[in-house]
Design a protein around this ligand. Structure first.
Ligand SMILES: [Zn+2]
Ligand SMILES: [Zn+2]
Length: 238
């Protein structure tokens, strides 16, 4: 049994690491074309970002691997495969619940991490990326990585979700984590400045967090930033 659990944890760590390298690698390449020179003189920073991110991959991968094993072997979690297990209308609701729950957890833990004492220990690693790059997606101190790594493992026990919708959540998590750090806006201005866009977080919103620190704490949605008065709008530089 223990061998199977360890193998599952190792496999999931490898998957998370490869997913990070592939997603960040692709968007870093695109950045080189869209913003030539953006990465110039950032070589050392990028090496640090990759190092911290690979450490984070293990912190994310180990609990996920243990839970994947429990799901397969013992039916743990509320992840379902049968399309008819829940009404079809629920299918797109689950990922929205996951994203909102993740966003809420992130907003409040992130605000705490900006208190000076916590910042130095837990969050300074992430802000050492100046400016951030696509490689900074998982560049966290292990303590910060741990706060992120618990989210999906807890949610799969609480909120039913079809396995494909869980895949969608992980895809959104990966793509937004990378693109919000790459220093330029990939979404069209019409979307970013639309009424919907005013509630969504993309690169130009998170870029401002990296420039000014004390604002724009959210992950996917601007809901908590707006409610709590911490939204300072978009960065003119992204
Ligand atoms: Zn960031
Ligand atoms: Zn921060």
């Amino acid at each position: 049994m223990w061998t199977a659990i360890i193998l599952s944890a190792l496999a999931m760590t490898a998957i998370v690491a490869l997913r990070y390298l592939a997603a960040s690698g692709v968007f870093a390449l695109v950045t080189n074309r869209v913003r030539p020179g953006y990465h110039a003189r950032l070589g050392q920073q990028i090496r640090r970002e990759i190092g911290w991110s690979l450490a984070s991959a293990a912190i994310y991968g180990i609990p996920a691997g243990v839970i994947a094993w429990g799901w397969q072997e013992h039916g743990w979690t509320r992840i379902y495969i049968d399309w008819n297990a829940y009404p079809l209308w629920y299918l797109p609701i689950a990922p929205l619940l996951y994203l909102f729950a993740h966003d809420s957890w992130f907003y409040w833990t992130h605000r705490l991490m900006h208190r000076p004492r916590w910042f130095r220990v837990v969050h300074a690693v992430h802000h050492a990326s100046r400016p951030p790059t696509a490689w900074a997606a998982m560049s966290f101190h292990p303590w910060e990585a741990l706060t992120g790594a618990v989210v999906i493992p807890v949610l799969v026990f609480a909120i039913p979700i079809h396995v494909t919708m869980l895949g969608l959540v992980l895809l959104i998590m990966t793509v937004m984590g990378v693109t919000n750090h790459m220093g330029w806006e990939m979404f069209p201005r019409r979307l970013v400045h639309s009424r919907l866009g005013e509630w969504l977080i993309t690169a130009s919103h998170h870029q401002r967090h990296h420039e000014e620190y004390k604002c724009n704490y959210g992950l996917y949605f601007r809901f908590w930033d707006r409610v709590c008065g911490t939204d300072r709008g978009l960065s003119p530089n992204a």
